[in-house]
Design a protein around this ligand. Sequence first.
Ligand SMILES: NC(=O)c1ccc[n+]([C@@H]2O[C@H](COP(=O)([O-])OP(=O)(O)OC[C@H]3O[C@@H](n4cnc5c(N)ncnc54)[C@H](O)[C@@H]3O)[C@@H](O)[C@H]2O)c1
Length: 298
Amino acid sequence: MQDLKGKVAFITGGGSGVALGQAKVFAEEAGMKVVIADVQQPHLDEAMEYFSDKKAEVHALNLDITDRDAYARAADEAEEVFGPVQLLCNTAGVSQFGPIEQATFDDWDWQIDVNLKGMINGVMTFMPRMIEYGKGGHILNTASMSAFVALPTTAIYCTTKFAVRGLSESLRVELDKYDINVSILCPGAVNTNIHRSVESRPDKYGKTGYYGRDEEVFTRLKSVIEGGFDPVDLGRIALEAVKRNDFWVLPYPEFVPTIEEQNAELISALKSYEDDPDYKRRVKLAEETGQAMPGTKK
Ligand SMILES: NC(=O)c1ccc[n+]([C@@H]2O[C@H](COP(=O)([O-])OP(=O)(O)OC[C@H]3O[C@@H](n4cnc5c(N)ncnc54)[C@H](O)[C@@H]3O)[C@@H](O)[C@H]2O)c1
């Protein structure tokens, strides 16, 4: 989407961090009308305080993205205030790391409900509205480099982010016909409040095998992320990616060696079956019938 001025963006998690950086850039620099939706009212209040003396059209609404009915009401409200949404930023997310053998079902459920099902709720709420509006659109999904790299203690988070990548790649190949473009933003570290996300963990996911609301742990986690990207700088990268319609938004080149190694391992695993006579038969059949292998250009 080249010309964003005056168009409407809906940004989940917009009260803090990566999403707030996106909100600032899309509203102040691209001239969009921006809805910020967040489950934490203090985050929304602080964000609106920031926007109060800025020349920006921003509307805040309290939304738990895991609540489907509330999501539909939020979409109605966004349309009433600003008009049809053409840019959906599925950015809200939570993380809580720890050894997989200590994880409880509640630890799994919370992160899957927010990071994956919350994003699905966003897509299922806005995709039909974008299609019906008929003027195209863009869905920007925030995943993580954890969509590629599994590190110890990140199993649950990593599972959700790999799934977000699957969702994003699928949307990309299916929504093109409606002129709805898709991007996946995969940050490494960003200087945000993510280390405190456990504070908003609802009571219904009460049983955890991981750390709780421990100041020492928060301080340690914060020291890891505070060397990361500034959210506004990352927002500017996201803005350019939306304008250019880039699918992959991977502004962390320090991961090149890891991804190269991973891809080489995958290709080597695939090639190790090239002697299989059935493989040769399938390739011959594909050539004879003019069919391409999945993912290759016809
Ligand atoms: N900070 C990092 O280092 C980092 C790295 C890679 C990916 N990410 C991703 O960036 C995204 C944003 O995280 P962040 O770092 O800005 O963290 P953050 O905690 O600063 O912001 C996340 C916001 O999402 C909101 N949120 C949480 N659960 C919600 C729910 N159920 N409904 C609505 N809003 C909800 C929170 O209230 C918060 O305001 C996440 O998807 C995260 O996985 C962050």
